[in-house]
Design a protein around this ligand. Structure first.
Ligand SMILES: [Zn+2]
Length: 216
């Protein structure tokens, strides 16, 4: 990641603020190191901050703890729904899109190029990890409601540009190849966004129905 950032002409020591869309290890495992080399301030969801500070030890699925699996991350500021993160002229608005993790969030912001202004959404798509139970997660009692609230909220959003926490969720490697000419509209397929949200809504509905059948 460091080499990739530098190959684009940026210096990791210039990072001012670090945040994340979700408190899973594959998204936060290196954040302590990036904070160390940059002195950046870490702003994360108030509901995922304890997991990050525990180095991944706290996990709602494992009440006994899972052990420290990455360097614990010192959180400087916790954020809630509607809070903003400001750096220069860029203002991110946090959207509590809970479910995938107890504190998962999406972020929106406005930007512009020579042609026009864009509303940008960095969406945390609400996939349900294998093994997660919607009706039997004592460590996360509101998980089913949180997923439903998030999916409904995401279905109403109309970003001009959208990306998400995993490349495959916004078809990155189909719509963009390194070296392609500048064209922000390739990230502006609203139908693809709606299809992806609908896909996760269907998966949620199916799993919920299946779990309800199993407990009857
Ligand atoms: Zn995840």
């Amino acid at each position: 990641m460091k080499a990739s950032i530098e190959s684009l002409g940026f210096d990791v020591s210039d990072i001012g603020i670090i945040t994340t869309t979700q408190g899973h290890w594959d998204h936060v495992g290196d954040l302590a190191e990036f904070k160390r080399v940059s002195g950046a301030s870490v702003h994360v969801s108030e509901r995922d901050a304890p997991v990050l500070e525990s180095g991944g030890h706290l996990d709602y699925r494992l009440p006994e703890g899972r052990g420290i699996i990455y360097d614990p991350i010192e959180v400087d500021r916790t954020i809630a729904d509607g809070d903003t993160i400001r750096l220069g002229d860029t203002v991110l608005t946090a959207h509590a899109h809970y479910g995938h993790t107890p504190g998962s969030m999406s972020f929106s912001f406005s930007t512009r190029d020579d042609a026009r202004a864009y509303n940008v959404l960095v969406a945390n798509m609400n996939s349900i990890n294998a093994g997660v139970k919607l009706l039997d997660s004592p460590g996360y009692p509101t998980i089913a409601e949180d997923f439903a609230t998030t999916l409904a909220a995401q279905a109403t959003m109309t970003p001009d540009i959208w990306v998400s926490s995993h490349a495959g969720q916004f078809n990155l490697h189909e719509i963009y190849e390194a070296g392609d000419p500048y064209d922000p509209t390739r990230f502006g397929d609203l139908a693809a966004y709606r299809a992806k949200v609908a896909e996760y809504q269907n998966a949620y509905d199916e799993q919920l129905a299946e779990e309800r059948r199993a407990v009857r």
